[in-house]
Structure formats: C-alpha cells, structure tokens
Design a protein around this ligand. Structure first.
Ligand code: UD1
Length: 368
C-alpha cells in the first residue's frame, strides 16, 4: 500500500495534548504513514505553546505559520492563506484537525477546498450556542470532514441529526485522556502544589478565559465576587490565561487577588501541562470555563464547577463530576461549599476514555 502523508494541525493550547498521542501512534507505522506537525502559531507564548511540546515529548513543528493573535476573521484568514501555501507545496493525503479553535476551522476550510481528505478529532460536540466562536468552528469542521472521530454517544447522535452519513462517524474515545493517562504518573511525582505553598486537597484550582466571562467588566466582577467569597473558605490558585490577565488589568480588578496562598484568589502565570496536571490531581475541586478540563476532572474523579451557562460536553455532567454553575456568584459559592463539606458529586468514567483513542483512530486510518 502507498505510504500516506498526514498533517496534524495544532494552533492553540488545548490542541497540543490532542495531537501528541496521534503523533506517537502514527510513528509506529513508518511504512504506512509519514506525519508532519503544522503549528499555526495561534498561541505563541512559551507558557501557552513551547512548554507543551516539551512536556508532551513532541518534536519542533515541521511547519510553523506564525499567525499570532488577531480578530477572528483576520486570524482565520491568515491561517488559511499560509496553510494553503504549505498544502499546495507538500500535497498531504490527510489533514487531521482537532477540537474547535480558529486553527481547526481555518485548516478544515483549506483542506476541503483543495480536496484533501479531512479528519476531525473530537467531532460532534455541541453546546447549541452559536454565540460561542467554538460552536461555529465545530459545525463547519464537522460538515466538511471525511472522517469524524467522536468521544461519546451524544456526539454521534448530534452528527446523525446533522445529516452526516453514519459510515463517516467513528466512536473512538478521547485522545485528550490518552495524554492525561500517559503523563499522570510523572505529574504525581512532582511537588507543584507544595512549591506554591498549598496543602493537598485543601485548595481549589481556577481557570477562566472565555470571552463571555472575561470580556465584560460586570460579568467578570460578578464571578470574582463569588470567587472571593469561596476564597474565604478555601484558597484558590489561578494560573491566569493571557486573555483574562489582559482584561483584569484593563478593568483594574487587581484588588480581587491575594499575594499569599493561604486564602483568597492567588494569581500565577499559566502553567505547563505536567504542573497543571499535578495541581489538578491534588486539588479539592476545580472551577473552570474550559472544555477539556471538564473531561480531565471527570477522569480524575475531582469535582468540577463549570463557570458557563452550558456545556458541549454533557456526558461530564450526566456521568462525570461536573456541575454547570454559570456566572451567578450565589450558585458558585453554594456549590463550592457543598464540595468543601464533602457533598460533591462522584462520577464514573465514560466509555472508551481509557487511553487508547489514538490507537483506534490510527487503526481506522490503516484499515480504510
Ligand atoms: C483560544 C480558543 C478557545 C480555547 C483557548 C484555549 C478560538 C476562537 N478560541 O481562545 O477555544 O479554549 O484558545 O486557551 O480559537 N495571547 C497571548 N499569548 C498567547 C496567546 C494568546 O498573550 O500565546 C493573548 C492575546 O492577547 C490574544 C488573547 O490572548 O489576543 C486571546 O487569544 P486567542 O487565541 O485569540 O483566544 P483564546 O482566548 O486564547
């Protein structure tokens, strides 16, 4: 059989853990695949990008498109123009996109227009909220894909309802969990919690970056009011995303943050994958508006409060440890206190979230 050239696309922080297990698995079949990593440069800071390559054992990207931050249209357009050049030059057989960021959307469009086979990993997730840029990205990537690799049954149902032919849908599990399970032991050997002066299971971990939470002052203040109250009961550590950091500074909200780790909200710079995983494993609970962290906490059996009005990952609520609390400070405080008082929810691990998703994806590619 002819050897196929595969492009793995990554652009933003949550993409790196999704391509790493695929990269490793594809490497096991050197006579069947030659794989290349394309980094769009959507995220570019050391803490948002390079450290993840290091932690995950990924090589330097083969192509780096250097797009940087910009408005949605400009960022997407820049990725498209630069990626089109690479595709025309290199002629890959398959382009693999992951998740739902602007890089996913841009590279899907380029592949589809140039008639290159497109595979979407983490297909079919839906929040049914078109105000989220990620929802638009998902809908387009799914509509254009030839292979749709899904993490759960509700994703399969969403795709069928959207009219995607069944033979294109492959329920393979969760590649992000492949990376989590691969590096969990190494993370547990670190003492990140201690290095920050925290006590095991006696702190909460916070992430916050969604535009709907951080881009409007009144919403952000509401959330921080709730968190400040939670911080009176249990210290909260907050590795702050650059978007949130920018907004906190712009709105002059520095007073919400504490300079010590024993109470309040302790703001630190973004962490690499392994240190973050260490903090997650040893926390009492996690407060987040991220998508992936809802899944990771479910697998780690750590209670998670999602600071959003909906989730595209309902399985983490139905089966896992996740509760969607929105941005209402009263609800944030109430649910946090329930967890502090040991009344948090216990969950179970969804089917096929056991570390073999990349193997299944590569098997599909080998067999078709
Ligand atoms: C992007 C994704 C989002 C994902 C998130 C994970 C889209 C539409 N959004 O959102 O789905 O959950 O990544 O982190 O693709 N910045 C830096 N350094 C960086 C990257 C960004 O300082 O390395 C700053 C810039 O000021 C930029 C802002 O963060 O304007 C936002 O970055 P951007 O990539 O536009 O969106 P995210 O909020 O990171």
């Amino acid at each position: 059989m002819r050897k196929r050239k595969i492009f793995l696309i990554a652009g933003a922080r949550p993409n790196f853990m999704k391509i790493a297990p695929l990269w490793r698995e594809l490497k096991k079949f050197p006579s069947r695949f030659s794989s290349y990593i394309i980094h769009t440069g959507q995220h570019y800071d050391y803490e948002m990008s390079s450290i993840f390559f290091k932690n995950l054992g990924l090589p330097r990207p083969h192509f780096y498109l250097e797009v940087g931050s910009d408005s949605h249209a400009r960022q997407t357009a820049k990725i498209m123009v630069r990626f089109e050049r690479v595709v025309c030059d290199q002629v890959p057989d398959i382009v693999v996109v992951v998740g739902d960021v602007n890089s996913t959307l841009a590279c899907s469009l380029v592949a589809a227009k140039l008639k290159v086979t497109l595979a979407h990993v983490e297909a079919g997730l839906r929040s049914f909220d078109r105000e989220m840029p990620e929802e638009v990205n998902r809908v387009v990537a799914d509509a254009l894909s030839d292979y749709l690799f899904t993490t759960c049954e509700d994703a399969n149902r969403n795709l069928i309802k959207a009219g995607i032919p069944r033979e294109k849908i492959f329920f393979v599990g969760n590649v992000m969990i492949d990376s989590l399970l691969n590096l969990k032991r190494e993370a547990q050997l670190r003492t990140t919690w201690n290095d920050f002066g925290l006590k095991k299971k006696k702190y909460a971990l916070l992430t916050l970056h969604r535009p709907e939470n951080v881009d409007r002052r009144e919403v952000l203040v509401n959330i921080l009011e709730g968190l400040r109250e939670v911080g009176g009961h249990i210290p909260i550590i907050f590795p702050i995303h650059p978007r949130a950091a920018k907004q906190v500074d712009k709105f002059k909200l520095g007073k919400y943050f504490s300079w010590q780790t024993n109470s309040g909200i302790y703001r630190i710079k973004p962490l690499g994958y392994i240190d973050f995983l260490n903090l997650m494993c040893n926390s009492k609970f996690v407060l987040t508006d991220s998508g992936g962290i809802q899944e990771e906490t479910t697998v780690l059996n750590i209670p998670c409060l999602t600071l959003r009005k909906n989730t595209e990952r309902p399985i983490t609520v139905k089966q896992g440890t996740n509760i969607v609390v929105g941005s209402d400070p009263g609800k944030i405080v109430r649910e946090s206190i329930r967890i502090i008082n040991e009344k948090g929810r216990r969950g179970k691990i969804p089917p096929l979230w056991e570390g073999k998703a990349a193997q299944r994806i590569v098997k599909v590619l080998l067999d078709t």
